[in-house]
Design a binder for this molecule. Structure first.
Ligand SMILES: [Zn+2]
Length: 92
């Protein structure tokens, strides 16, 4: 159901989306969701959001990881270029 949740950034444990919704006395609907870590010893949790999809998007947002992935991608790319240069040097 829905988007996949990344593991807890604190303990690496599995996360879970908790959704609560209902209708109040004046018949307007309300909605609340938040992502929590399943491990009781950790109890990390995201903020409660009032619109679907926001809590998951925020939970999955990992700027540090994204930066690291980008750096690793560039390193890989550079290693490949260097290897090709060395091979080229051997061939000529
Ligand atoms: Zn956790």
């Amino acid at each position: 159901m829905g988007a996949r949740l990344k593991p807890c950034p604190f303990c690496g444990g599995e996360a879970r989306l908790v959704v609560k919704k209902g209708r109040n006395a004046i018949h307007s609907y309300w909605y609340r969701e938040k992502v929590i870590c399943k491990r009781k010893s950790c109890s990390a949790s995201g903020r409660t959001e009032k619109r679907p999809g926001i809590a998951v998007a925020k939970w999955n947002k990992r700027p540090e990881e994204d930066r690291l992935s980008e750096v690793l991608r560039l390193v890989d790319e550079q290693c490949l270029v260097n290897a090709e240069d060395e091979l080229g040097g051997l061939q000529s």
